[in-house]
Design a protein around this ligand. Sequence first.
Ligand SMILES: [Zn+2]
Length: 467
Amino acid sequence: MYDLLIKNGRLVTPDRIFEAEIAIQDGKYAAFLAPGTEVDAKEVIDAEGNLVFPGIIDCHAHLNEPGFEYREDFETGSRAAVVAGCTTLIDMPLNNDPSLMNKEIFDMKMGKISKHSYVDFGLWGGLVGDFDDAPDSVKNNMADLEDLQKLGVAAFKGFTCPNGPLFPTVNLGNVRKALEILKPYNALCGFHCEEYGQVLEMEKEAKAKEGLSRDEKIRAFLDSHDVWTEYVATKNVIDMARATGGRVHICHVSHPMVAQVVKDAQHEGLPITAETCPHYLGLTEDFVFEKGAPAKCTPPMRKKEDMEKLWDYVLDGTLSCVGSDHSPAADEEKDNETRDIWKAWGGLNSIQYFLPMMFDMVVHQKNLSPTLIAKVMDYNPAKIFGFYGRKGAFELGFDGDVVILDPEKEWKCEQDKLYTKGHVSCFDGFEGKGTPTCTIIRGRVVAKDGKYLEEANGYGEYVTPIQ
Ligand SMILES: [Zn+2]
């Protein structure tokens, strides 16, 4: 007798879609059966011919706890995530206070977040450097990296551009040192790539201009984060991978010129991986002019031809993961009335429509196979962040994670109804087709038909890389 049987599903893997029934026992996949096989199970879920994914991993999400719970905490962020079909997310070490930079902070953070996560979660450890006007207590955590590695963080995250005193920017010396320290562990270091000097100088010049109109300010913001900042920072950290042999991951690649740098490095045999986000694949800088503050993020959205070209690099595997980069804010931090583009929070409220938006773009707009979703939003992140063996595929003994998705079901993002703490989203009013109807983590339903199950609060487990 199995605990759970999911029947009448079309299972989606990176290679193919096939009909099979999934039996789950003790939270793990216990059997994959031919359709119609008679077996006993305590609970049966009928997938009704819909698509079934072996989970969705969001490799890049900021849930803001501890420190900025007024923007988001693990409870609100993770309930929105499971409604969107996410079964595992990897939380960023910022925007937090304190940022996750040593064992003491890890213990404190885990004490808080493990109590109320709906979703299984991994953690990015912080990689902070010597830049910025920050107190010494939060600078340079090179001596703490091995501790964090032993605590099972999935990867380390560093910022190459000005980022404020809570998460001091890394210089190239810090990058090099971190890669040297972490190479023996085969650990992954991910970077927000925008080159410090260019951003600093161009922002300073742009902000000093007086009397600019709203649109002129937006133009100046976009220009001070242009592709050259991203390109140079990406080249720099790749060179540090070249120098040390350490594994580097380029976060949220926004532009094909940057993706080409990644591709060249991969062809050279360097240990480089990279991700992009739905907003770089579906939106352009025109959208920033249209929406203003709610659409501010860095790197910013690019021109239409760049957005279209970026797809080539997802399809050829250069950009092997797609993450949400959910970076929530309080409503007033995204308010066009009181904040111009410079003062607005930089980051998007995106987690609750992460899978629906990607599915609509991939399947309905681009006419591509849902197998691409399984690849870039589950299998590849599991492989890169070390969860494969437990997550990322329909394999016996892996966690019984299941996302049932109705490919034709229509959805509309209405910001007032978001389960996140903040309610201003630039995706308000977006519509599409294809949305999850059931999210199951380790054999247990955590969300159904657009609603999270309250009793799953605190069910989410900490997931660590399998060595
Ligand atoms: Zn981010």
